[in-house]
Design a protein around this ligand. Structure first.
Ligand code: NAP
Length: 356
């Protein structure tokens, strides 16, 4: 099988670099084009991108010339699909232009809240991909836009999925401790964040609330019925480079003990392995449970499953709701699972379903 030619929009940023990293030696896709702003136009990628991911940049990619996103539409026929890591505002403006012709798999929020657009995470809501046909018919597009969720929502929904299915959910409270790379490059100034944490991230909490109930919603005759539980959250920024940590409390419909939850996670992993285990970016375990009392920790655990596993620990019964309340901590790599590699896995899934 010849590899599909992929172009990355916003290739020089934090999420864009992770697309470059995730697509390295990929068996189904190859990087055929790199695009960013006017600032990067015409430069070799190795010069335009301030490379800060943990593994070295490949020489052939470093030598590729970066194009301007504004002009990329003229090259649309050269590619089979686009991965977008554009700033949110720009994504709304630009991704639709490309989707008229080709599939666009995006980390950005521009299209997430449109009724005909799935926020696709294969392990959570694979049937939502049915919306793609409706999107194409409604908009007259040959391609489509499929975004993933916000990086903070990712660890929440993956860990909630088995709880929601097995025990039912009445309400969710979550507090995030989010990594610096979540704000893109260069992000906060060192004087703002070293020796500090910031208890506010613009627009983040609203995104988590809406995306959680949309992604966990049911696909029914051409539309998504949102999951019917309330979500309350507080999002904070901490001095960690990668890995969003979430402190989660779930009020359940049915009783759920810590042992019940661990068993539900094992069952969930088995079913994910069965359904998605053949996708190159799928982790061996969607959820990894750490039993040590002081884990997960971002520095030690974010690369588990190549940055694709959601790492859960501190599973405890809630003191207020007893067996109808469970609490835990979840860690998810924000630029891998919560952005590029997570989107790559969605693209792999869509390819196996014949969408391109
Ligand atoms: P970033 O580090 O600031 O990178 C932004 C990218 O967009 C760069 O490649 C930049 O190119 C390009 N760009 C900026 N303005 C542009 C313009 N006017 N025209 C064309 N290209 C332009 O941001 P990021 O953190 O990677 O985030 C990218 C997207 O992914 C955002 O929508 C974000 O919400 C989403 N996301 C990020 C994360 C994360 O953890 N970082 C996780 C999930 C989703 P230049 O280098 O040439 O300026």
């Amino acid at each position: 099988m010849s590899k599909k030619k992929a172009a990355i929009l916003g290739a020089t940023g934090a999420a864009g670099q992770q697309f470059v990293e995730a697509l390295k030696d990929h068996p189904w896709f190859e990087i055929a084009g790199l695009y960013a702003s006017e600032r990067s136009e015409g430069k070799p990628y190795g010069v335009a991108a301030k490379w800060f991911t943990s593994s070295p940049l490949q020489e052939d990619i470093a030598a590729m010339t970066v194009g301007n996103v504004e002009k990329a539409i003229h090259d649309v026929d050269q590619y089979d699909l686009f991965f977008s890591a554009l700033p949110s505002g720009l994504s709304k403006e630009v991704e639709g232009l490309f989707a008229e012709h080709k599939p666009v798999i995006s980390t950005a929020s521009g299209y997430r809240y449109e009724d005909d657009v799935p926020i696709l995470v294969p392990e959570v809501n694979a049937p939502h991909s049915e919306l793609i046909k409706i999107q194409q018919e409604k908009r007259g597009w040959k391609g489509f836009v499929v975004p993933g969720p916000n990086c903070t929502t990712m660890g929440l929904i993956i860990s909630l999925k088995p709880i929601y299915e097995k025990f039912g959910v009445k309400s969710v409270f979550m507090t995030s401790m989010q990594a610096l790379s979540g704000a893109g490059y260069p992000g906060h100034s060192s004087l703002d964040i070293v020796d500090n944490m910031i208890p506010f991230i613009a627009k983040e909490e609203g995104k988590v609330v809406i995306e959680t109930v949309k992604t966990l919603g049911a696909y029914d005759q051409g539309s998504i019925q949102n999951a019917g539980f309330p979500v309350s959250c507080t999002c904070t920024r901490v001095a960690v480079i990668d890995g969003h940590m979430l402190s989660i409390f779930v009020q359940t419909e049915k009783p759920c003990t810590p042992d019940d939850l661990k068993a539900a996670f094992v069952e969930f992993n088995d079913s994910c392995r069965k359904e998605f285990g053949d996708l190159p970016s799928s982790p061996k375990d969607a959820i990894v449970v750490k039993n040590e009392e002081n884990r997960p920790q971002p520095r030690l655990d974010r690369e588990i499953g190549d940055g694709m596993s959601t790492v859960v620990g501190r599973i405890r019964q809630d003191e207020v709701y007893g067996q109808h309340g469970i609490k835990y901590v979840a860690l998810s790599h924000n630029t891998k699972r919560g952005a590029a590699k997570g989107e790559l896995m969605a693209a792999e899934y869509l390819m196996t379903q014949g969408y391109f």
